[in-house]
Design a binder for this molecule. Structure first.
Ligand code: SF4
Length: 384
């Protein structure tokens, strides 16, 4: 742990260290003073068993996924690598979001009712594992940073993207709400990042605040959009169309994207349909896919641009999937290594995979579980 990037202070009974404004490490003051007689500050922050690590934004417990933690980077939908059988690898470095959008498919942000733990992956560990996946996939690989939360909150983002150069991937892209990006960060990403998918779902302050919360910095996000468009990084504006909320905003967003020069090599817009997911936030109304594509087709004619996108527009193609040791119905046993991402869930390690298991057992115990889902190497189990 590099102490140069740590701020420290005392609060109540705790000694608090803050890493890059997002990771909060709390150690009881008395314990800290005791340990300081024997160990260096760096050692205490890294290895003290009495510390509590918290995501400063969501206030949830934050699990540091490192090589030493023994937590695999495949198997879980919240962190690590997701391979859906194409040349695109979804890479999830951190969970947690600074917004609380009313349509959020993963119920993220401080207001979340379903998520109870956040995860952050050590960047060198991620690179090490990702290298194997990239080699397995072959040439023309896209690494896409996304996740259950805001990928730009990852405190190692620019370091990680710089390191991706060694892996010789064709395309590096990321999903972001843009709120924590700055000119300085865009400058650092330039040259290493191919495309940014920026979500902008309204251009009017009033609608934007309804969709994303009252502190949503719309002007800042629009400036960021222009900064990206003026850089070497490709910009794709990705609104979520939420019926009855932003129907009138969609044409305005199309005009804005075209005006600022989004879409150099890739399409300028990737309009998404609001979908009420099982563990996401639910709104009263959603469009059918038929209606959605009819509306997009009408707008395509009006603006003379492509809005109905296909995997080929992003040079995506089918590739063999990384081997999956599990199938639905398997009975397995594994060790509980941390609290789980969702309420009622624990993180279990079994057969080289991180598995989300619904169980009441405690961290450190072993649990026998039945695999209820194993699609795309994302393994979910229920205690037997
Ligand atoms: S920005 Fe994305 S992850 Fe964050 S709350 Fe909104 S929809 Fe969810």
């Amino acid at each position: 742990m590099n102490l140069k990037v740590l701020k420290e202070y005392e609060e109540g009974k705790d000694k608090v260290f803050v890493l890059r404004d997002i990771v909060e490490i709390r150690i009881p003051r008395k314990k800290y003073e005791e340990l300081l007689k024997k160990f260096s500050k760096e050692h205490i922050v890294s290895f003290s068993e009495d510390k509590r690590v918290v995501n400063r934004i969501t206030r949830r417990e934050l699990v540091f996924v490192t090589r030493e933690s023994g937590i695999p980077l495949i198997g879980h939908s919240a962190f690590g690598i997701i391979d859906r059988g194409t040349n695109l690898l979804q890479v999830r470095c951190m969970t947690g979001c600074n917004l609380n959008c009313i349509f959020c498919s993963v119920d993220e942000g401080k207001e979340s009712k379903t998520r109870k733990t956040d995860f952050i992956v050590d960047p060198d560990y991620m690179i090490e594992v990702l290298r194997k996946f990239v080699e397995f996939k072959g040439d023309n690989v896209e690494v896409h940073l996304d996740g259950q939360g805001e990928p730009a909150l990852y405190p190692y983002l620019t370091y990680f993207v710089e390191k991706l150069k060694d892996l010789k991937v064709e395309t590096v892209s990321m999903q972001t709400n843009g709120t924590v990006l700055s000119e300085k960060i865009i400058d650092k990403l330039e040259g290493n990042m191919t495309r940014i998918n920026l979500s902008i779902s309204a251009l009017s302050e009033e609608k934007a605040k309804i969709l994303h919360g009252k502190n949503y910095p719309l002007k800042h996000v629009l400036n960021i959009a222009e900064t990206i468009a003026n850089s070497k990084i490709d910009l794709l504006i990705a609104p979520v169309w939420v019926p009855d909320y932003n129907d009138d905003e969609i044409p305005k967003i199309i005009e804005f994207a075209l005006e600022i020069g989004a879409g150099k090599k890739f399409p300028p817009l990737g309009i998404q349909k609001y979908i009420p997911y099982r563990f996401g936030r639910k709104l009263k109304k959603s469009m059918s896919f038929k209606e959605f594509y009819e509306k997009l087709s009408k707008l395509e004619k009006e603006y003379g641009i492509k809005l109905i996108l296909r995997p080929e527009d992003f040079n995506m193609e089918k590739r063999p999937k990384y081997p999956n040791p599990f199938k639905k119905g398997d009975i397995e046993r594994g060790k509980i290594v941390s609290e789980g991402r969702m309420v009622g869930e624990k993180l279990v390690v079994a057969r080289g995979r991180s598995v989300a298991v619904y169980t009441k057992k405690k961290v450190g115990e072993f649990v026998e579980f039945e695999v209820v889902s194993a699609k795309d190497n994302i393994i979910v189990g229920v205690e037997k």
